[in-house]
Ligand binder design. Structure first.
Ligand SMILES: *[C@@H]1O[C@H](CO)[C@@H](O)[C@H](O)[C@H]1NC(C)=O
Ligand SMILES: *[C@@H]1O[C@H](CO)[C@@H](O)[C@H](O)[C@H]1NC(C)=O
Ligand SMILES: *[C@@H]1O[C@H](CO)[C@@H](O)[C@H](O)[C@H]1NC(C)=O
Ligand SMILES: *[C@@H]1O[C@H](CO)[C@@H](O)[C@H](O)[C@H]1NC(C)=O
Ligand SMILES: *[C@@H]1O[C@H](CO)[C@@H](O)[C@H](O)[C@H]1NC(C)=O
Ligand SMILES: *[C@@H]1O[C@H](CO)[C@@H](O)[C@H](O)[C@H]1NC(C)=O
Ligand SMILES: *[C@@H]1O[C@H](CO)[C@@H](O)[C@H](O)[C@H]1NC(C)=O
Ligand SMILES: *[C@@H]1O[C@H](CO)[C@@H](O)[C@H](O)[C@H]1NC(C)=O
Ligand SMILES: *[C@@H]1O[C@H](CO)[C@@H](O)[C@H](O)[C@H]1NC(C)=O
Length: 893
């Protein structure tokens, strides 16, 4: 979260160092050689001991029902589950062993299964009753699958349980009271499920509980009074659950609490002042509490000097910014936006040594901006306040993100030239082109290039890089956009999709979409006053339909001219599925020459499915037209409504039938129908097309032989020069899974990664089509006969480029990919000697004997915690190895 930026910098340098090792002569150092075990916590093995027969029976039956089995090369080597890696020093949370068990054989006769992991394997099914007979289990991780049905009361029989993760599944029904019997529990995650009903008061018996993750779990109601006993709690993540009542005072007695998240609940304010005792808090997020019971003050944060992230957004806090704010030296993220803060901004706030993100938008702050700003503070939102005065000199700092929209600053050419242009139009009351108005319509292609729709509407290009606090006004001052919000766990504010939406004649409109982590506003400017019809177009492009990936919910609110028109708007739900176009029409009254459309995230929806940072508003296109014709008659309106209702009904029916048909199929079938949901058209190539392009895979066109098969150069009919990789290794995946994987890999794009154009599947043939890079691979450049003049500064740039690419894969891309086979032959050079990493993400397609499985560290909040394997565990490890190898070889870096 808050530490991500600094850790990225570290990774960057570490990896840069590691890579330089081999570029400067030490080839062959690969991440894949990393030893992946940790120091042993498992008891030593006794060859004669065997697994308790009833446990063997239960485990085999469970795995059979789930359609999975032990990897025989890793464990269950003898047919007895407690064998091989299950009893040696292999760490339970080693990502390469999955599914996995660990056993305790310490009495030298019988082994018992103590740990069980079936993690992120997308298993579909119920949890069989037999699981609850494995009474020696103390660590159970079933996170990120698609388990359905209720949680059995028999879970209470596993009284040794310490770490229980059921996060990201489709479990339903009420939580069993018997959970309260697991009094040894240290960590429990039930986040992102379909549970219902209240939190059992028996959970208050779990006096050793340190971590409780119930975010997006479906539970509701008040927090039981018995929770006052949870004195050991360190972490409570309870965002996006319908918790009601007031936030209990007893939370103030959980003195060991370091992380508390209450976002998008149904709590009523005010925030209790009893929380002031929580001085160990490092991260505190309380947002969107209802304020019918009165407003809150900021007094309770007075002694929380350990905070690094403080988010108190949208709580109607009526107070001024504390004058001691300068004492919060660890604070890196502060979000007090959408409150009722008054008074001036204390200069000390802009001088905090660690603060990098500051959101103060939508308050009633007055006075001027501080004269000085620390160099670490790079994202500042003060939009929608009552600030005045001139623009300070620091606004020209590079990399600064500054949103000043809707204040009343004094702009003159000397100071405002350093700002992005157009602020004069986005000052309070939008003063540009007031009066008769210049325009009676506008169209915006949110996050993409200009497109003229089939019915002739021009959607103007809006492809700016909108950072965490930015605004933009188009050249004609016809429309503008303002964005605020910092994604935890994701980069960028634009979605690109290579899929073509079929349900509309304007599918191009949906190939890009704008995305915001908090608040996104579009403005029509200089409009003729009158009634407008506003058309908004949406499509869900990220949350998909496959098993656990379908569990995500994106939920936001829409305001037009300040009026709430959609509450808890969920595109996927409204459209019936993802990858469908959804249009909404609204009427809007323009009285002062401007129109404001505000998309607002109120803390609801899941945060991290399918990947970190999948939340917040998204929109594809906006158009507005002045109504010239008289309003439609009532009769027509009824007709229209009936039409829409029937249409939507039929659509939903079709989706339901589609869904049922899907569910009935056996999960292992290699069938094509599942592909119907996505149009992978632009990614597919026919075999004959590739055959022609490569001159029938002529040996003359052969570029080399990679780890996955031979590579040929070719030229497509459209002139693109390509590299075609013929996959020789047998893929362990079905066709549809393969395609989904390729589609995802192709979406990972970066300057320093080779672009995947598409693929070809015909029969057993599987080919991948990449961009062609003239200067081939780095090993050829370094050691080959060719005469590439790689001077030291070029080598340095190559290093840096590779490090950037790796950092992107590890830290910044939506999917976190660990390459696991970085070597000079996998680094290609383009005509400008810019390095591009190839073969990333591919390891996942193949059997592990052939290559090395690249485990996707999905890093979803709330389900990794049980084994303390917080986000990025795998990457972390590979990093250490990176450094160690470097230093052990005396690298100069
Ligand atoms: C262990 O191996 C035996 C024999 O090969 C097999 O029948 C059983 O299903 C395996 N158990 C698991 C959990 O994979
Ligand atoms: C099992 O064997 C180990 C070493 O052989 C021994 O130290 C230990 O005491 C034995 N445990 C029992 C319960 O007999
Ligand atoms: C759990 O314990 C109860 C009571 O001892 C027993 O009736 C039930 O069968 C047990 N459940 C399982 C799955 O063993
Ligand atoms: C709180 O943390 C301290 C220090 O880690 C520990 O000694 C203490 O036992 C904890 N308190 C509770 C109630 O767990
Ligand atoms: C905002 O704060 C001011 C001054 O503290 C107060 O008078 C006003 O009622 C508050 N507004 C709301 C909406 O609570
Ligand atoms: C800011 O607002 C406060 C009331 O909230 C008022 O007392 C003060 O004079 C104002 N300051 C300026 C500079 O306008
Ligand atoms: C910003 O402007 C100030 C004067 O207004 C100037 O001294 C400073 O060099 C400028 N900095 C940058 C990065 O342009
Ligand atoms: C902005 O400030 C000026 C004085 O500097 C004032 O005349 C004007 O009314 C203010 N505008 C708004 C919208 O408050
Ligand atoms: C926006 O699109 C234009 C071409 O229409 C392109 O030149 C420009 O680089 C794009 N801007 C961004 C930030 O991608």
């Amino acid at each position: 979260m808050s530490g991500t930026s600094s850790s990225s910098v570290l990774v960057f340098f570490w990896c840069a160092a590691a890579i330089c090792c081999f570029i400067f002569g030490l080839t062959g150092v690969t991440e894949a050689q990393a030893p992946s075990t940790q120091p042993s916590q498992a008891p030593t093995s006794q060859p004669q001991a065997t697994t308790d027969p009833s446990e063997v029976k239960a485990l085999n039956s469970i795995f059979q029902q789930w359609g999975i089995e032990a990897n025989a090369k890793q464990w269950n080597t003898t047919g007895d589950p407690c064998s091989g890696a299950a009893i040696d020093s292999t760490a339970f949370d080693n990502g390469d062993y999955n599914p996995f068990i660990k056993c305790d054989c310490s009495d030298n006769v019988t082994c018992h299964i103590t740990q069980l992991k079936v993690y992120a394997l997308d298993v579909v099914g119920i949890i069989p009753e037999e699981l609850w007979t494995l009474s020696f289990l103390f660590n159970l991780n079933l996170g990120q699958n698609y388990f359905t049905g209720p949680l059995s009361a028999s879970i209470g029989n596993l009284t040794s349980m310490q770490y229980l993760s059921l996060g990201i599944n489709a479990l339903s029904g009420e939580l069993p009271n018997e959970l309260g019997k697991l009094t040894d529990l240290v960590a429990i995650s039930i986040g992102t499920n379909y549970f219902s009903g209240p939190l059992p008061s028996e959970l208050g018996n779990l006096s050793k509980l340190q971590q409780l993750y119930i975010d997006s779990s479906g539970v509701s109601g008040e927090i039981p009074l018995t929770f006052a006993n949870l004195q050991s709690l360190q972490t409570l993540w309870a965002s996006d659950v319908e918790l009601s009542g007031s936030i209990p005072d007893f939370i103030g007695s959980w003195l060991n609490l370091t992380s508390l998240m209450f976002e998008g609940n149904s709590f009523e304010g005010p925030i209790p002042s009893a929380l002031s005792k929580l001085t160990s808090l490092i991260e505190l997020r309380i947002t969107d509490i209802s304020t019918t019971n009165g407003s809150s003050s900021l007094g309770f944060i007075k002694n929380m000097k350990s905070l690094t992230s403080l988010v108190l957004r949208n709580n109607n806090i009526s107070d001024s910014i504390p004058s001691n704010i300068g004492e919060y030296q660890k604070l890196s993220l502060l979000d007090l936006s959408f409150n009722n803060l008054t008074g001036q901004i204390p200069p000390s706030l802009f001088n905090l040594s660690s603060l990098s993100i500051l959101f103060l938008g939508n308050n009633k702050l007055n006075g001027t901006l501080p004269e000085k700003k620390s160099s670490s503070l790079l994202n500042v939102d003060v939009s929608y306040n009552n600030l005045i005065g001139s623009i300070p000199s620091w606004v020209n700092e590079t990399n600064l993100q500054l949103n000043l929209v809707a204040n009343n600053f004094t702009l003159d050419s000397s100071n405002s030239s350093a700002l992005p242009s157009g602020l004069n139009c986005l000052q309070r009351d939008f003063p540009c082109n007031r009066g008769p108005g210049l325009y009676n319509n506008f169209g915006i292609k949110c996050g993409g290039p200009q497109i003229t729709s089939s019915n002739g509407i021009v959607y103007e290009k809006e492809n700016e890089t909108l950072g965490p606090a930015t605004y933009f006004v188009n050249d004609e001052s016809r429309w503008g956009v303002s964005n605020v919000g910092y994604f935890t766990g994701r980069n960028g504010s634009t979605i690109f999709s290579s899929y073509l939406i079929e349900s509309t004649s304007d599918s191009k409109l949906f190939q890009t979409a704008r995305l915001s982590a908090s608040s996104l506003r579009y403005y029509g400017l200089g409009l003729v006053n009158g009634h407008y019809t506003l058309n908004l177009q949406f499509s869900e492009l990220v949350i998909q339909y496959v098993n656990s990936q379908s569990l995500g919910r994106r939920v936001f609110n829409i305001y037009i001219q300040g009026n709430l028109v959609e509450k808890d708007f969920d595109i996927k739900k409204e459209a019936g599925a993802y990858f469908l176009a959804l249009q909404r029409n609204y009427t809007a009254q323009v009285t002062e020459n401007y129109l404001e459309i505000h998309l607002f995230w109120a803390g609801k929806g899941t945060c991290c499915v399918p990947t970190q940072g999948t939340y917040g508003p998204t929109i594809s296109a906006i158009s507005a037209t002045l109504d010239s014709t008289p309003p439609v008659s009532k009769k027509n309106k009824i007709g229209l409504i009936v039409g829409i209702v029937v249409g939507v009904g039929v659509l939903i029916l079709v989706m339901v039938i589609f869904y049922i048909v899907q569910r009935r199929k056996s999960p292992n079938n290699d069938y094509d129908e599942e592909l119907l949901g996505i149009d992978i058209g632009p990614l597919t190539f026919s075999f004959s097309e590739l055959k022609t392009a490569t001159n029938d895979f002529s040996p003359n066109n052969k570029l080399g032989e990679g780890g996955f098969g031979p590579v040929f150069k070719g030229t497509l009919n459209d002139g693109r020069v390509i590299a075609v990789k013929q996959l020789s290794a047998a893929s362990h995946q079905g066709k549809n899974q393969f395609v989904t994987e390729i589609a995802t890999i192709s979406a990972v794009q970066h300057h320093n990664l080779v672009t995947l154009y598409g693929f070809c599947i015909e029969g057993v043939k599987r080919l991948l089509v990449y961009e062609y890079l003239e200067n081939k691979s780095l090993d050829q450049a370094l050691f080959g006969k060719r005469n590439l003049n790689l001077d030291w500064s070029t080598r340095f740039d190559i290093c840096l480029g590779v490090a950037k690419g790796l950092t992107y894969l590890h830290e910044e891309s939506r999917l976190r990919i660990v390459h696991r086979d970085v070597k000079a032959s996998n680094i290609l050079l383009d005509s400008n000697l810019i390095p591009k990493i190839s073969d990333f993400g591919l390891a996942k397609l193949f059997d592990d004997q052939k290559t090395h499985i690249s485990t996707r560290v999905a890093g979803t909040i709330g389900y990794l915690a049980p084994e303390y394997a917080m986000r990025g565990h795998l990457t972390e490890k590979s990093r250490c190895v990176c450094i160690w190898r470097c230093s052990s070889r005396n690298c100069q870096w």
